[in-house]
Design a protein. Structure first.
Length: 195
């Protein structure tokens, strides 16, 4: 069993909810998508934005400073079956990624794996923390409509554990976020071998 599949299973059990979904990006197997390369199933361009849909959620690379049609994913860390991108070059400076439900609506974010240069993490426009290097970010963000990750030079996310939230899903008070965002998953930080 692949290590990322084990992490996804652990994250799903930790969420303790039958409604949880883990976005694995296993459909992204080529080195690059966009910027003249073929798009994956469930992937579309919308102006300068490249959107990928999986299990009722959409992950969008927003590249406001890219040349039209040049935004792309896949060459940030060169890892297949992950959502990876870079800031600058064809994507232009100031790119960012958002996670939301297809058609809108609230969702809960339980955790995600990351391998990042550095990124500010925002929920519905409020910065809730910063991440760097590699590991698993475990959260209890409930009732949000958008997760946003700013971009560093290289960025990768995987095993995004999310679930649809009812209309009464409440967002934790800002003072409680630091307590909930503090820990890495029980398995510790998983460093990827690069070679």
């Amino acid at each position: 069993m692949k290590f990322k599949s084990i992490l996804a299973a652990v994250a799903l059990m930790a969420a303790g909810s039958a409604g949880a979904t883990v976005l694995t990006f296993d459909g992204l197997t080529e080195m690059m998508y966009g910027d003249g390369f073929a798009l994956a199933d469930g992937m579309t361009y919308d102006g300068l934005n490249l959107t990928y849909v999986e299990s009722g959620f959409q992950v969008t690379l927003n590249a406001p400073n890219a040349d039209a049609g040049a935004a792309h994913i896949g060459d940030g860390t060169f890892d297949p079956s992950t959502y990876n991108w870079h800031d600058g070059m064809e994507n232009g400076a100031g790119s960012f990624v958002t996670v939301s439900r297809v058609g809108g609506g609230k969702f809960n974010l339980n955790s995600f794996d990351y391998f990042l240069d550095t990124s500010d993490v925002s929920a519905d426009g409020t910065v809730v923390g910063s991440i760097q290097d590699s590991g698993t970010w475990s959260t209890q963000l409930t009732g949000i409509t958008e997760l946003r990750l700013s971009s560093g030079a290289f960025n990768e996310i995987d095993n995004v554990n999310v679930e649809a939230a009812g209309p009464s899903g409440a967002v934790p008070l800002p003072g409680t976020l630091a307590l909930m965002l503090g820990g890495l998953a029980a398995g510790g930080v998983a460093r990827r071998r690069r070679g």
